[in-house]
Structure formats: C-alpha cells, structure tokens
Design a protein around this ligand. Structure first.
Ligand SMILES: [Zn+2]
Length: 337
C-alpha cells in the first residue's frame, strides 16, 4: 500500500523519509505505539521505500516509495525477496530463539533485488530472554545491508540493551477524525465509522476488531432467534432492531438481518458441498447447521430470506414477512413446523 494513503504518524514517517532520502539508514529501529495504530504499515512503507527503484528523490516527498511499481506491490503483498515480517508462531506466547535465528539467516544473505534487506519483528516485546540475547548479536554487528525494524507496544518489555541500540520512533494514537478516515477507506458505513472511531482509543485496528466482534455477536443473536423462536417473529425482530432506532432505521435493520440469515444459509450450502469451505463458526451457527437442511435446500432458504428482505424494503408488514420466512425455515429444519 502506498505510503501516501497512510493516515497519521507524521513524525515517524518524516524521520524515516529523511533517512531513506539521505541514504543514511540506521541498522535498527524501534516503532512503539498502541496495538492497531498502524506501526506495521509504517514499517512496510519504510521497507518499500528502501526497495523502490522509483521512489521520490526531491521535494517534500523525497524518500517516499512510489507505491505502484512491481517492487512496491510485492512488499505490500508480502512477496518481496528482501523484505520479511517475523512474528509469533500460532499457539506460542513468546518469540523464541528459532524466530531470531530465522531473521538472522534472512538478514545475513545478500539482498536479491534491492540494496538492503529489511526484517520487521512484530510484537518485539514478546522476545524471550534467550531470543533477545541472540538478537543482540545482530544489533552489535549488523551486516551492512541489514535493516531491522522492531514493533512494540510496551518498550519496557524489551531488554534495555536491545532498546538502546535502536532508533526509537513513536506511533501515537490517531485523532477520531483520522480513525474515521481509515474506517471509511475500509468501507465501513459513515454512521458506524463515527461511533467506532469515538470508542477506538485512536486505533483503527482496534475499531475494526470491535466492529467484527459486534457483527459476529449480532449474527449469533439473529441465528439464535431463528433457532429458538420457532415461527414467532418477536425474538427475531427484537434481535434485529437496534435500540432507539426510528421506524425507518428499524425497517432497514430488519432487512439487513434477513440478508444476514441469507448469507448464513449460503455459507451452509457451500459447507455442505465441501467439508472445508467455508468453515462455520462455533456457537449458534454450528447449532443451527447441525439441524440444518442439505446444500440444495439451504440455497432455497437463502433465496427465501433475500426475498423477505426485498419485501421489507418494499414496505411489506415486518411481522408477517418474518413469520412466513421462519415457518419455511422450520419446516426444513428437522421437520419442525
Ligand atoms: Zn515503487
């Protein structure tokens, strides 16, 4: 992703731009700041700038990557041979010696395309003591082409000897307006974006995680109402309508809830077609899937739910439409009327 699209972190980016433009690049950097605030994007922009054959060389943008050449695109995709992100393995709580050995092997080899190799370390505060001590060797005698970028939320978690050998740059929380902009770019509807921006603590990543968690919770609530409410519309409408919504907003929310039910049945039909695509989430989804119909009939329920959403938007009675749909679903689900 081009650096130009990055929101905030002007201080850190200006320092990195100057280093790139003057070709005086410190071998080790430490980007510190809260989770989800954009540190990794800043680091990747820096790595892209170091590798980009078309980076800006003059003016205010000097040191910025072009963002569109094959080199920049591969950095963004994670496929550039001279840029690697190292982090925790799944299921592990810390970064151990094996992680550091991996990045040392990477940094010791000559660059393949660029003039430098950049290793980014996610959650560097989780380096265990042995790993941090091993990393010190790289910090004390870095290969001339090596650039190490540590990302950390709590610098106190890092050995002082590691910290002191890095150039530290702060990545501070963004303003609500900046988070709002990031969320708009992530295609979040404006009124949701304003709310999540306000509660995000200046972290777009956190806002997106909160939104995803809330969407999962809502989907769970809706599917639970489908499963347990029988053919009664009450529990479903209650789960679908946001508190304090106007009648128009509530109607739209019911239509969206029906679309969510349609998505569930579409997923279920895909799941029936092959055991591993896509995986159903545990909880209500698994409960409903266990009693759900087979693939073909799931698709039929998906289209019934979409038709119900269209009817709601065309001003049909909400109770009647939802009750009719639930009756169809319950006929299919284990033959319960
Ligand atoms: Zn480029």
């Amino acid at each position: 992703m081009p650096w130009a699209e990055l929101v905030g972190h002007e201080t850190a980016r200006a320092a990195l731009r100057r280093a790139v433009a003057s070709d005086r690049v410190a071998p080790a950097w430490l980007l510190r700041g809260p989770e989800g605030v954009g540190r990794r994007r800043v680091a990747l922009g820096f790595a892209a700038a170091l590798a980009c054959p078309r980076r800006a060389v003059a003016g205010e943008a000097a040191g910025e990557p072009c963002g569109s050449c094959p080199s920049c695109r591969r950095v963004a995709l994670g496929t550039h041979p001279d840029v690697e992100v190292h982090g925790r393995e799944e299921g592990r709580r810390d970064l151990d010696v094996a992680v550091v050995e991996g990045l040392q092997r990477f940094l010791e080899r000559r660059p393949m395309e660029a003039t430098r190799r950049v290793a980014i370390v996610d959650e560097a505060e989780r380096l265990n003591e042995a790993a941090a001590n091993k990393l010190l060797k790289t910090l004390e005698e870095p290969p001339g082409h090596a650039v190490l970028v540590l990302l950390a939320t709590r610098v106190e978690g890092l050995l002082p000897t590691v910290r002191s050998r890095c150039l530290q740059l702060p990545c501070r929380p963004l303003s609500a307006a900046q988070v709002d902009l990031c969320l708009a770019r992530a295609a979040m509807p404006a009124q949701d974006a304003a709310w999540y921006a306000a509660v995000s603590g200046g972290s777009p990543g956190r806002a997106l995680r909160l939104a995803a968690a809330r969407a999962r919770e809502r989907r769970g609530g809706l599917l639970g109402a489908v499963l347990d409410g029988g053919a009664r519309s009450g529990p479903f409408l209650e789960a679908a309508r946001p508190e304090g919504a106007s009648p128009t907003e509530a109607r739209e929310a019911v239509a969206e809830a029906l679309e969510e039910v349609a998505r569930f049945y579409r997923d279920l039909s895909a799941w029936c077609a092959g055991p591993d695509v896509p995986r159903l989430r545990p909880g209500e989804e698994a409960r409903l899937a266990a009693r759900g119909p087979d693939g073909g009939r799931s698709l039929r329920l998906a289209s019934e739910a979409l038709a119900a959403a269209r009817a709601i938007r065309a001003n049909a009675g909400e109770e009647a439409v939802v009750e009719a749909l639930l009756a169809v679903i319950h006929e299919e689900v284990a033959g319960e009327p």
